[in-house]
Design a protein around this ligand. Structure first.
Ligand code: XMP
Length: 512
């Protein structure tokens, strides 16, 4: 399969570059800028992209380009910092910044350059975010775009197929950014559009069958998108050899366990064991108010329950499947150590070793958008595939303070009303995550002629690209009014609803 290699110099946009390349149906991977030459050669890329980064290319010890990038003999595109290190490495001149340029700029591009071929003949609005700038390109390069503040806004050596852009084609703020990346990937690197989810299914099915042979695979289903898509993919690949286990901790969303059963057991015919462990979880949570302590109890119990079930399959099962996805494993120059960060979802860390099982992570190269696309390709219901994320500890971190079955039920019912309204108004798809939180305070109200002293529910909705930062969603007033009135009138024990207008940071998405 043809591939593009993205070498990461620590830009906040590196994952965005990868997502944009994948949208062009070209496969790509992100690796650290100092990835070993032998790795680069073994990867055999059809083209290399150097990301931006926070450093000054002129600073002592700044991350440089290794010779293997040029000796690979494939086209190279440097973006921002990537362009500056390329210019320096090949004998060009870079000027240290006196200030950081951030924001929209206009560049005048040379339309005879292959990166800009066929784009409208007009000034191009782009996103600039840089300190240093290239003053003089290396020998062999020509200047292919200029702006008022950047004498070399883009450069190209068409013979050696080396290119640099001072601006960021990966962001939506650069008009025709997608087309520019397409010129590079498709035109210059000649990568064909073969990265589709139906091709992925064909290829990955082969890989899974070869690896697993006739051995059994165990998978924990959570109701979330990632584990659901792993289940659908594995069922497609190995059918009866897959055993799914759902530990119902009594803290799931309304109807979630039933829905998993309907989709997987009834519709797909997947081997599914549902363990109803609500009583155990609620007893462990009795009197616990601290959020991290709640997480620890739930994590520990989840592992215990899952492990006990797993042992029942010990005759046939040799593999543990997990819904790890690419953003969880991508090696990033930004984290300093350059080591993979592994998802602690449901805290299954350590389980494969203890159970003596091999780990199967068929989604580990996919972005979330691709996981959803794959789910649809595998005929999972749209509703399940488009579902908002839900934290492993479930409603326990949405019932603030002590969690009791009664309080969890209030939170679940309020959330169900909110979700139903979001879905019927189609606002659901416009927000990244939304949920109801039961607050640990009571407030005074009046119902009919009676004074009430009851619970308060907070509604949360956020928009975000990556959950690292998030903005509170501006849901329409009349919508919020309807949800509030329905919750107060139908969920016993609630007499007040408030809307959370905090962004992250400084708040987090969840309240606990
Ligand atoms: P925060 O609250 O950290 O949430 O801004 C960011 C995203 O992570 C989810 N989240 C969790 N997911 N276990 C999980 O599996 C957890 O303990 C947990 N805490 C937060 C949260 O729902 C949001 O999507």
């Amino acid at each position: 399969m043809q591939k593009i290699l993205i070498l990461d110099y620590g830009s906040q946009y590196t994952q965005l570059i990868a997502r944009k390349i994948r949208e062009l149906q070209a496969y790509c991977e992100i690796h650290p800028h100092d990835w070993l030459a032998e790795n680069i050669n073994a990867f055999a890329p059809s083209g290399i992209i150097l990301s931006g980064g926070p450093n000054s290319a002129m600073a002592a010890g700044a991350p440089a380009i290794q010779p293997a990038v040029f000796s690979a003999g494939v086209p190279v595109l440097g973006l921002c910092y990537g362009m500056q290190v390329m210019a320096l490495a090949l004998g060009g001149e870079v000027e240290v910044a006196t200030h950081h340029e951030y924001g929209q700029a206009t560049v005048h591009a040379d339309h005879t350059a292959s990166l800009f071929a066929g784009l409208p003949q007009e000034p191009l609005p782009v996103l600039m975010s840089h300190g240093d700038r290239v003053l003089r390109p290396p020998a062999g390069f020509t200047i292919i775009a200029k702006s008022d503040s950047s004498p070399v806004a883009a450069m190209a050596d068409e013979t050696r197929r080396l290119y640099g852009l001072q601006f960021h084609p990966e962001t939506a703020h650069t008009l025709h950014g997608r087309e520019i990346l397409e010129r590079f990937v498709r035109g210059i690197c000649q990568v064909k559009a073969t990265w589709t989810m139906s091709n992925f299914v064909t290829r990955e099915t082969e890989v899974i069958r070869r690896r697993v042979g006739d051995e059994g695979v165990l998978l924990g289903l959570s109701g979330g998108v990632d584990s659901a898509v792993v289940a659908a993919l594995l069922h497609h690949a190995i059918g009866e050899q897959l055993h799914c286990v759902l530990v119902d901790h009594g803290l799931m969303r309304a109807g979630e366990a039933d829905e998993v059963k309907t989709v997987f057991e009834d519709h797909f015919g997947v081997n599914l064991t549902i363990i109803n462990a609500a009583d155990k979880f609620f007893s462990a949570l009795r009197g616990v108010e601290d959020p991290e302590e709640k997480r620890r109890h739930i994590g520990r119990l989840f592992v215990e329950e899952f492990e006990a079930q797993a042992r029942k399959f010990s005759d046939t099962v040799r593999w543990l499947a997990q819904g790890t996805i690419y953003p969880d494993v991508v090696e990033s120059a930004g984290d300093g150590a350059g080591k993979a960060v592994i998802k602690s979802h449901h805290n299954v860390g350590g389980l494969p070793e203890r159970l003596n099982l091999k780990l199967l992570e068929p989604l580990r190269n996919l972005f979330k958008d691709e996981v959803r696309q794959l789910g649809l390709t595998l005929s999972l219901p749209e509703r399940l595939v488009q579902r908002h994320p839900f934290p492993g500890p479930g409603l326990a971190v949405r019932v603030l303070g002590e969690v009791t079955p009664e309080r969890a039920e209030i939170a679940r019912q309020a959330d169900a009303v909110y979700m139903e309204e979001l879905e019927t108004t189609t606002l659901y798809a416009t927000v990244s995550q939304a949920f109801a939180v039961l607050l640990p305070v009571r407030s005074v109200g009046v119902m009919g002629d009676d004074r009430t002293y009851d619970n308060v529910v907070a509604l949360r909705a956020v928009t975000t690209d990556d959950f690292m930062t998030a903005d509170w969603a501006r849901l329409p007033d009349d919508f919020l009014a309807r949800v509030s009135s329905r919750i107060i009138n139908t969920v016993a024990g609630v007499n007040r609803v408030v809307y959370d207008i905090s962004s992250k940071p400084p708040a987090t998405v969840e309240w606990e």
